[in-house]
Design a protein around this ligand. Structure first.
Ligand SMILES: Cc1cc2nc3c(=O)[nH]c(=O)nc-3n(C[C@H](O)[C@H](O)[C@H](O)COP(=O)(O)OP(=O)(O)OC[C@H]3O[C@@H](n4cnc5c(N)ncnc54)[C@H](O)[C@@H]3O)c2cc1C
Length: 504
């Protein structure tokens, strides 16, 4: 039997101690599990394995354990297109994990997942048209080697082991408890305690109303305000259709369409009717906080709506907490930490028993895996992305990088269709290798950073921009973050276009 024949066989021990799969999926978060589902459906002849560092599936929804942890976008679109979401639109981590567990069980995905398997490096050999992946079994310490024809990167975009905390002066002098939401200590007792939450993003907006009822008081300290959308945690049309006993699969489809239509309209209005949208957003906050509250200072951002992700506040719980007096907002900057809390640039000191740094993530490029292409270390910043999912000079690999302004999972489903169509196309052509490459008409285009900071500029992206691949100012050579154009363009990809280079 020749080498090729050996490598074609599913799950064979190709070389002593080396396991081979057609596809290796990195990560069992919502992207990895969704990709596995589509792979089984669309490429049933392919063998595959999912390697996952954690002890269980869920990614983001298992590693984050802070009080109140929940989605900030609706689960009709954050859920997969193939499995109806039947609960409230904003869901807890527990509800999301239950949903994912059902997907795994209903589709027999569990036998394909290897938990506590951390991938350290991956190297591509053009001589063999093969990836070799080294992983550690964290349970046994065993070093394992896998080979695969195609790597499907579903490792997310941030480092799970620790969040981002800025360096403030005299942090070491603080005598209270300092926690980052990403590494929440089990059983942290905050009953009757003074809590200070630094930050004003979705995490702060979740943790504050969750802690406020039990804490003595929770203060949100923000350097600058953020936009929020408060609203009822329910979708009218879903409730109406349920009253009519419409099939859940239909409800899922209709509600998704309605939400996506509304979001497209909202995005358009943010650009074309910026002042009106701003007024509506601030008016909704005003309705909770009353006429005397200083909305101008605490809830009126300097940037235009939609430049950063806007968190939905279910049932206005953050604002109810503030209105009740159990929570409050301070807009100021930290000068330094003190023994008892923080000293602000205004000269005021905020004392706290617990300080929560809801200050964001550390961007992590491809799961901190060291990549090599034909013996040369790969620097992702030297590559140019095709649609934010493939990269020049990196054969047989796709990355699921979702949306920030729409639910992440919309893109998981879409990328899966792209990858499966590509794999089937390669099979039909008899190709073993595919790579994206700039065409003659692309070569003189200026090479730009991954994301246009004028369009979207969250802190972790800006901090990590030098790690990320580059883009061109053409739809096919960037991740546009625009679901509404990509949903039409990506399914029409011509895999015989000169941007795709195949080898037998
Ligand atoms: C608190 C929070 C709330 C969010 N809420 C929303 C929301 O409401 N809507 C929305 O659209 N987006 C939301 N996001 C963004 C969110 O991260 C994504 O939507 C989505 O969960 C990402 O899924 P993923 O599977 O791509 O990545 P992750 O959830 O990050 O999972 C990746 C998995 O890969 C594993 N992995 C990584 N590296 C390796 C390696 N080297 N070896 C083996 N395994 C590895 C990790 O252990 C992890 O389990 C939220 C993010 C956070 C942090």
């Amino acid at each position: 039997m020749n080498d090729t024949a050996t490598l074609e066989r599913p799950t064979t021990k190709a070389r002593a101690g080396v396991e081979h799969f057609d596809i290796l999926i990195v990560g069992a978060g919502i992207s990895g599990v969704g990709s596995a589902y589509h792979l089984q459906q669309q490429c049933p002849d392919k063998s595959f394995v999912i390697l996952e560092t954690q002890e269980t599936f869920g990614g983001t929804w298992t590693t984050h354990k802070y009080p109140g942890i929940r989605s900030d976008s609706d689960l009709h679109t954050f859920g997969y297109r193939f499995k109806p979401w039947v609960g409230k639109p904003i869901a807890t981590a527990e509800e999301i994990l239950k949903y994912m567990g059902e997907v795994i069980e209903e589709n027999q995905i569990a036998p394909h997942i290897r938990y506590r398997h951390k991938i350290h490096d991956a190297s591509w050999s053009s001589a063999d048209n093969l990836w070799t992946v080294h992983a550690e079994n964290l349970a046994t310490g065993e070093q394992l080697t896998f080979t695969c024809n195609f790597l499907w990167m579903c490792q997310g975009y941030y480092r799970h082991s620790e969040g981002y905390t800025p360096e403030w002066k005299d942090m070491d002098k603080y005598e209270g408890v300092l926690v980052h939401p990403q590494t929440w200590p089990e059983g942290l007792d905050y009953k009757g305690k003074q809590v200070l939450v630094i930050g004003s993003g979705a995490t702060a907006a979740t943790v504050i109303p969750a802690m406020a009822p039990d804490a003595a008081h929770v203060t949100m300290l923000q350097r600058s305000p953020t936009y929020f959308i408060p609203g009822r945690n329910a979708i009218d049309i879903a409730e109406q259709l349920r009253t009519l006993q419409i099939d859940e699969a239909w409800i899922h489809e209709i509600v998704r369409k309605q939400i996506l239509y509304n979001q497209a309209d909202f995005t358009r209005r943010c650009l074309e009717e910026t002042d009106a949208v701003k007024k509506e957003l601030l008016g909704a906050v005003r309705a909770y906080l009353g006429p005397d509250y200083d909305i101008e200072k605490h809830f009126t951002p300097k940037y235009r709506p939609w430049r950063q992700r806007i968190a939905f506040i279910p049932d206005g719980d953050l604002f109810k907490g503030i209105a009740s007096g159990k929570a409050s907002v301070v807009t100021d900057e930290i000068d330094r930490f003190t023994r008892k809390g923080v000293l602000l640039k205004s000269g005021k000191e905020l004392e706290a028993d617990i300080i929560v740094t809801a200050t964001g993530f550390n961007l992590c490029m491809m799961g901190d895996i060291a990549f090599e292409i034909d013996g040369r270390p790969l620097n992702w910043a030297d590559t140019i992305t095709y649609r934010g999912l493939m990269f020049t000079g990196v054969p047989n690999l796709a990355w699921v990088f979702g949306y920030f302004r729409a639910s992440w999972t919309l893109r998981t489903d879409m990328v899966a269709d792209f990858v499966c169509t590509l794999l089937n196309h390669m099979k039909a052509k008899g190709a073993k290798k595919v790579e994206v490459a700039l065409r003659p008409e692309d070569r003189n285009e200026p090479v730009l950073p991954w994301i246009d900071a004028e369009n979207f500029n969250p802190g972790y992206m800006m901090r990590g921009m030098d790690l990320l691949p580059k883009r061109l100012d053409k739809p096919e050579w960037q991740h546009s973050q625009d679901y509404w154009t990509e949903k039409d363009e990506i399914p029409k990809t011509n895999f015989d276009d000169a941007a795709f280079v195949y080898s037998p």
